[in-house]
Design a protein. Structure first.
Length: 99
């Protein structure tokens, strides 16, 4: 029984350290993308949608070609949401194998 509690404590400590590492990585890794620069009408429409959806507690699906800035938009939504104090985890869905 003691061995099980010790293992739980070890795993809890490991999870805590990983959580801290992810938060630090998310703050520093993408700091150059803090602002989206541009003034075209399509970009203004997208940023208006970012502001609208960030105020909600809704799930958002962002679609687009490679290199169009989907992750930047996701980060912008996250930064403006009520969840901005929590970790943002990026998942490349294309890397998940089909079953």
């Amino acid at each position: 029984m003691e061995k099980a509690f010790e293992e739980i404590k070890t795993l809890k400590d490991q999870l805590y350290k990983e959580n801290i590492a992810l938060r630090v990585r998310n703050r520093t890794r993408h700091h150059m993308f803090d602002e989206i620069v541009g003034s075209s009408e399509p970009l203004r429409r997208v940023l208006t949608q970012v502001a609208k959806v960030a105020a909600t507690d809704s799930t958002v699906l962002i679609l687009g070609e490679t290199g169009t800035g989907k992750e930047m938009i996701a980060r912008a939504i996250h930064r403006r949401s009520k969840r901005s104090n929590r970790a943002f985890i990026c998942v490349n869905c294309a890397a998940i194998p089909r079953v």
